[in-house]
Ligand binder design. Sequence first.
Ligand code: GTP
Length: 361
Amino acid sequence: MKAVILVGGQGTRLRPLTINTPKAMVPVLNTPFLEHVIRYLRHHNVKEITLALSHLAQPISGYFGDGSQFGVRLNYVLEETSLGTAGAVKNAESYLDETFLVLNGDIITDLDITAMLDSHHQRKTKITIALTPVDDPTSYGLIETDVKDRVTRFLEKPSWSQVTTNMINAGAYIMEPDVIAYIPYQTKFSFEHELFPLFLQNDEPIYAYPSTAYWIDIGTPEKYLRLNKDLLNGKSNQYSLPSNKKVIIGEMCHIHPTAQIAGPAVIGSSCTVGLNVKLKGPIVIGPGCVILDDSVITEAIIWQAVNIGRKAEVKGSIIASNCRLGDDSIVEEAVLGDNVTVASGHKLKPGSKIWPRTTVS
Ligand code: GTP
């Protein structure tokens, strides 16, 4: 089976992290998000993947190249203006000459796509949609089915009074190539709002593949934090830590013997951790970070080359690359874009989102 991964969205809800970094390149356990997804597809024997790009395309193609390093062949298609989820697949038409998988590029899942493909073939359907249960379906697309898993209704972002199921569209579809003929050329067109409802209207069958396997999307900073915690805590089969260790420290790090690290924690290469620093997991620290004496970092994701001064406190926060936090600064439940400076002694308001290159003093 071939695959198309949709990675052309703007990622507005994940800002400020996605101002300069595409959502697909946001690091998860110090590896770009999309690399985890490509490895997952490779594990399911998908060898040719087309990346449908639009916004911030270069960092993605520059990193993944022809895909050979990841054991797959990668094709790239670029939209001049965003074509929506279905329009993006139409744009990739020339690569899709057999049954193919469409995957939203912002989900991490243990969904068994091999079994889903078997189910798709058994039912001889043109479209199979993966479903996953969620606690709060009101911000997702709900999908109702009959007892044989045939889709009967789509309900986008319903209010609680309209909720009839907790099964939502998991953003993974298996399709036959003739589905592409239903999508107009170079026109913004979506699967969720346009193509799938059109199929139902024409009484063309769409089948669901419900699964309770691990599933999360990184639509928001809260979910991005949760994903990192889940992976560190071993909640996914596909993306567990490279070994059973609770604390993984990269090469050439200088960790002061008095520093305390309570895992789960992943620390990238060439980091310096000073005297009496406390790192309390789940925590991920990118390569080249410096954390000076007596600072306390709790449940945080820190990207690369971040400098944290003495006696600083960071809790429940995401700090993008090249940020500087001064001595005695306090950052709680905040999201900092890249190259943000927080002045010494400054306490950020919990819930702050700071745009790149800002100095907060
Ligand atoms: P928000 O702006 O925060 O809603 O994020 P998003 O732009 O990523 O949109 P959404 O979460 O709905 O997108 C789901 C997936 O489809 C993501 O992987 C997006 O990258 C991708 N996607 C959304 N719209 C487009 C598009 O127009 N073109 C392409 N190629 N991909 C898209």
